[in-house]
Design a binder for this molecule. Structure first.
Ligand SMILES: CC(C)(COP(=O)(O)OP(=O)(O)OC[C@H]1O[C@@H](n2cnc3c(N)ncnc32)[C@H](O)[C@@H]1OP(=O)(O)O)[C@@H](O)C(=O)NCCC(=O)NCCS
Length: 171
């Protein structure tokens, strides 16, 4: 991917307009948990980036996904607590014009590689809606194992949804 100009790097405050543009899209938000501001403003994007940059050391491992160094998406692993402290949930999205080019698969694979190499995490998991075929496919292509179906685990936009539990563990 790097030869095509795609990469993962730390967020910068000047990524806020690109972040806002990417995420202000129902086709993305419909596949995420509730709680994102709608409409998603430039200020919201700036606050997200500031919060991410100020996150306590080791609590998360988050990147901008870039094309020619411009932010086109977001990916991160978020450490859980208590006995799950060496387990992290992964979340990601890519601006719609960039879908279907293999970037999601590359970004998930690369973010896991970096997380396992640079942290003590043992397990990275993701819980896409069972209806999110693209995300499930990305996780499968990135070497995640399907561990189970979480039945009726969410209500999104008034619809009861199953979720799929995928995980990749440190080898
Ligand atoms: C999920 C997402 C990151 C995928 O990114 P991407 O760069 O398009 O992913 P890739 O190109 O690497 O792979 C997509 C795969 O899904 C497949 N796919 C896409 N839509 C599909 C559909 N409706 N049904 C079945 N497969 C589908 C593609 O064919 C491709 O698989 P293939 O390589 O075997 O053909 C992107 O769609 C996105 O941002 N979605 C909204 C946010 C989201 O869902 N985040 C994850 C929450 S768990």
């Amino acid at each position: 991917m790097q030869q095509m100009g795609y990469g993962l790097r730390a967020w910068r405050l000047e990524d806020a307009p690109a972040l806002r543009e990417a995420i202000d899209n129902k086709n993305i938000q419909n596949n995420l948990r509730d709680g994102l501001p709608c409409p998603y403003t430039l200020r919201d994007a700036e606050e997200y980036i500031q919060t991410t940059l100020a996150a306590p050391e080791g609590s998360q491992y988050a990147f901008a996904i870039t094309a020619d160094d411009a932010a086109i998406g977001s990916i991160g692993v978020f450490r859980q607590g208590n006995i799950h402290r060496q387990s992290a949930e992964m979340g990601y999205y890519i601006a719609q014009p960039y879908w279907g080019k293999g970037i999601g698969t590359w970004a998930v694979t690369e973010a896991c590689r970096r997380a396992f190499e640079n942290t003590d995490l043992l397990r990275i998991f993701a819980e896409p809606f069972a209806t999110n075929a693209a995300s499930c496919r990305v996780l499968e292509k990135a070497g995640f194992a399907l561990e189970g179906i979480l039945r009726k685990n969410a209500v999104k936009n008034g619809v009861i949804l199953d979720m799929k539990l995928y995980a990749k563990v440190r080898e």
